[in-house]
Design a protein around this ligand. Structure first.
Ligand code: SAM
Length: 236
């Protein structure tokens, strides 16, 4: 039975539990974030609507709370996630992007992007970005982040244990007060080493999970990590 009908049926028989995680697949979200996400779905990539909402809420909340600093994305691919992130980068901040682009890595992706293509995508879909764009076309272990103070990081580059752990450590070493690290593909069955890397990082670092988000249409979860506060752990 389709979810909407199932919901109505259960409701009519008094058997609808409000905590039932039934997902309304027919919902058609409206408003600016849905329109923004729709504008980038033609770009090859893996960023979901749920990611768009979570990133936008977190970064906008940082902005109204006075949290500032540079923003880093490791693994932009064609910029689907980068465009969403760029909407919230303010004047005086840098959007630092690291991707191997056409250079081969241990993970392979169809139709590799180019730095110029990413620049064009950002100027078309994030024309109002206040900060400056800095693209590092290299592996993340070749990138120099000296002087960076990061308030938000998206880690979605190499998926081996060593690379993911490197990216977490590097981000943590440059994280600004109240900074947040979002890491993709936790518990993804095809990328098991991301999970071992995140678990090792959590064991060694003093960071904790701010949110653990299971997303519609994704096998892995997006984890949001922070070292700020200590009683803010939630699961979505
Ligand atoms: C999963 S894709 C990123 C998807 C994008 N964030 C999105 O949501 O649409 C991973 C990207 O990371 C890049 N990559 C892989 N290994 C890397 C490494 N060691 N350093 C930097 N980038 C890497 C790949 O070239 C690819 O473009």
């Amino acid at each position: 039975m389709p979810p909407r009908a199932l919901r109505a049926y259960r409701g009519a028989r008094g058997r609808w539990d409000r905590n039932d995680p039934l997902f309304d697949v027919d919902a058609e979200p409206g408003g600016p974030l849905a329109l923004l996400y729709e504008s980038v779905t033609h770009l090859p990539g893996y960023f979901t609507y749920d990611d768009t909402v979570a990133f936008s809420l977190l970064m906008a909340t940082q902005n109204i709370s006075g949290v500032s600093g540079d923003v880093l994305e490791i693994g932009s691919y064609h910029g689907r996630s980068t465009v969403i992130i760029a909407q919230h980068v303010k004047r005086g901040e840098r959007l630092i992007v690291c991707d191997t682009f056409e250079e081969a890595t241990e993970d392979t992706y169809p139709d590799p992007p180019s730095p110029d293509g990413l620049r064009r995508t950002l100027s078309r879909f994030a024309p109002d970005m206040g900060g400056t764009l800095e693209i590092h076309a290299c592996r993340s272990d070749e990138m120099n982040l000296d002087g960076a103070s990061l308030r938000f990081v998206h880690i979605d580059g190499g998926h081996s244990h060593d690379v993911a752990l490197h990216d977490l450590r590097l981000s943590a070493a440059h994280l600004a007060p109240h900074g947040i690290i979002a890491v993709d593909d936790y518990k993804h069955p095809a990328w098991r080493e991301v999970t071992t890397a995140v678990d090792a990082f959590l064991d060694e670092s003093g960071f904790h999970v701010l949110a653990d988000v299971n997303r519609w249409a994704e096998s892995g979860r997006k984890l949001y990590l922070t070292s700020s506060g200590s009683d803010t752990s939630h699961t979505a």
